[in-house]
Design a protein around this ligand. Structure first.
Ligand code: NAD
Length: 361
């Protein structure tokens, strides 16, 4: 029996409970996986003094594949995002987030079938920040004033937005290659090049050049604010979207909203030879330990993982089981019911058990 070793990071908040249920669902398909469990986030910070211990990175570098629960990032203060650090340290530059409607979800839309491809390593997420009041910040403000002639208020904090040809080329190439492999028809580049001419402008110009190499896939672009409106009004016009980091983050949640919420939106982060699967949602701390949150997003991230491992039949089995449980609507979490107060609302564990029983049928 061949066991594939996969790094497993339970994460924070609802992460550990959803990870445990996801592992059970994946194993119910009969796939043989040896899980190498490592902690990152709040638990690692408490036990090891850092939210991202070296052994986490080493484990992913060795196994080349990881499944991760969400990890909390303190807002405004505290440690920097472990999620962002993982993606940058391991150069997991392509974030893939398929958004499709499963019949039975609570949504204003049906038949949504969009794919978000988000650049993961640069843009305002690069972590190049200058804190208000610091000496380096005063220096950078002086330099910018001198070099650009623009006036930044002295009491500002500053975040830098780098966008390169190298990173844009590889993310747009990833989007087109994905489109070809998955029989998609169109790639739309999303930007704000009318205002940020040298960062988003470069993204758009580079995307156009890459698109020339793929004459069989239609290419177009949209300004991000217009894109938001278009996605709400006529999402059926779009197929694969490729975006710089920050817009990708925001539009991912918008698209999760189109398909019924964060509870069902899966994701994956690809590097050249490594991949990390994780749901789009965060650690939802208010639901921690309550057996309340929807395990679907994490289970569907497991489906993406099975497909990546070449286990198509097992992936289909798991995805069909999830789809069937959602369609029946009998054993689903609060977010898939018309009202969270519905007496028929199931817990995370019960929903996962229903999925497992469908797999075993
Ligand atoms: P969140 O995604 O954790 O939760 C937002 C809301 O979405 C929740 O209040 C809940 O109503 C709903 N929701 C999320 N997951 C759900 C699920 N599985 N089932 C049902 N409903 C669900 O976003 P947030 O509150 O902005 O962030 C909480 C923490 O998570 C923050 O520290 C943030 O930095 C972190 N975060 C981590 C990741 C990641 O690990 N990749 C991603 C996003 C946010």
């Amino acid at each position: 029996m061949v066991y594939k070793t996969v790094t497993l990071i339970p994460g924070d908040g609802v992460g550990p409970e959803l990870t445990e249920l996801t592992v059970k669902c994946i194993e119910a398909t009969g796939v043989k996986i040896a899980w190498e469990v490592v902690d990152a986030g709040e638990k690692a910070l408490k036990l090891e003094g850092t939210p991202l211990p070296k052994k986490v990175l080493d484990s992913i570098r060795k196994n080349k594949i990881a499944l991760k629960g969400p990890i909390t990032t303190p807002v405004g203060t505290g440690f920097r995002s472990v999620n962002v650090s993982l993606r940058r340290e391991l150069d997991l530059y392509s974030c893939l987030r398929p958004c499709r409607t499963y019949p039975g979800v609570r949504s204003r839309y049906d038949k949504i079938d969009l794919v978000i491809v988000r650049e993961n390593t640069e843009d305002l997420y690069a972590g190049i920040e200058f804190e208000q009041g610091k000496e380096a910040t005063a220096e950078i403000i002086d330099q910018i004033d001198k070099l650009s002639g623009s006036k930044i208020r002295k009491d500002s904090g500053v975040s830098i937005k780098p966008i390169s040809i190298f990173c844009t080329e590889r993310i747009v190439k990833f989007a087109f290659e994905y489109a070809i492999k998955n029989n998609r028809k169109k790639v739309t580049a999303v930007h704000k090049a009318n205002i940020m001419k040298y960062s988003d402008g470069l993204f758009l110009a580079t995307a156009r050049k890459v698109a020339e190499r793929y004459p069989d896939i239609k290419f177009e672009d949209r300004i991000v604010d217009n894109m938001c409106m278009q996605l709400v009004q006529k999402p059926e016009l779009y197929d694969v979207l490729v975006l710089p980091n920050l817009y990708g983050d925001i539009i991912s949640d918008l698209c999760a909203g189109l398909i019924g919420g964060l509870g069902i939106a899966p994701g994956a982060n690809f590097g050249d030879d490594m991949v990390l699967f994780e749901p789009v949602h965060g650690s939802a701390p208010k639901y921690k330990g309550l057996n309340k949150s929807n395990p679907t997003a994490m289970i569907l991230s497991g489906v993406l993982m099975l497909r990546y491992l070449g286990e198509e039949a097992k992936a289909d089995k798991l995805e069909n089981a999830v789809s069937e449980v959602i369609r029946e609507g009998k054993t689903v979490t609060y977010d898939l019911k018309n009202s969270p107060a519905d007496p028929g609302v199931a817990g995370s564990k019960e929903m996962a058990a229903a999925i497992i029983s469908k797999i075993k049928k």
